[in-house]
Ligand binder design. Sequence first.
Ligand code: PMP
Length: 390
Amino acid sequence: MKLFDVYPINDINIVRAKDSYLWDENGVQYLDMYGGHAVISIGHTHPHWVKRIEEQLNRIAFYSNSIKIPIQQELAEKLGKISGKNNFQLFLCNSGAEANENALKLASFHTGRKKIIAFTKAFHGITSLAVAATDNAAIIAPVNETDNVIFLPYNDEQALKKCFQKHGGEIAAVIIEAVQGVGGIAIADEFFLQAIRKLCDEHNSLFIADEVQCGYGRTGKFFCLDHAKVDADIYTMAKGMGNGFPIGGILIAPQIKSNHGMLGTTFGGNHLACAAALAVLEIIEKDDLIEKAKELGQYLMTKLKKFDGLQNIRGKGLMIGFDVADELKDLRKQLLQKHVFTGEAKPNVIRLLPPLSISRKQLDEFIGIMNEAIEELSPHPLKENFERVE
Ligand code: PMP
């Protein structure tokens, strides 16, 4: 049987991983500045994570949500403590799209309304309503098309106000990534996020923060929205939550009431996934990874700014992007040839999403390799004050 061919694939077979490194079948070592698409938070195969999963696996991996699963409550408590959203409620699922799907559905149940505001270049997943709220016509199947989603320009407060004036009583929710990932590391202005909060309050709509990529400590706060000092009504989470073990979830504000059957899942919140997620939070806390993400992000941005040919270097914590000049359009390929994984966003953005546990030394290693790659592609790669890092 053939695999259904939906991914452009690099001809690399990774067979082993540790911290921020990966090794292929020939023993070639790669530096992971992509974190498997912002998924690796505490580092590949972290021993505490492996141990916790192993121990849980030997006890019980799965039973259905028809029984008490105390490890879910343990996870909820830890998550409440580390995120600071202790008064929120937790619903567990398996992926980012599923988290957004549930968030949007819940907002519609709660408000009794149908319309969703999303933003240009948003990415919320590829399932039915999540993909309808994703600004990419190419991945929306005819059956997913709906006029319930209104797309507005990102960071345009006037457009948002006008839309609420016109449709206020119909808006169930506004969904936004505080830093757009797939959209190319676009950062929402704090005043814009505050305006969303205010308008949602005025019109009894819900604020959904899609923190699937920008959340879980990556930007130097537990939730990226925390930088703007406002709360969402629903936070969606996935990627970094399990460090590669599939788990997603939503945090739900206390005023949103549940009833049986409203949301549900077979696999969500299984014992094994909760053990993986608890291990992640324990390491985030013990190693102070959120603060480290902030410091290391600043360090990396300062270093990147010394390269000519990299434009609009932007980011928060370890979620960083830059545009590459035309002469460096093959930079990402060149980096891969030098055994560094990075991310991209069309047309010319390189995205850096390394494990939050990466070290300064590994970032220096990356900068050294960037320097070589740029030198090979362009004759005048460095600004005067650049100190070469070997
Ligand atoms: N939201 C955002 C912001 C994402 O970046 C992604 C994945 N790239 C998703 C949702 C969907 O997550 P998943 O692939 O786990 O369904």
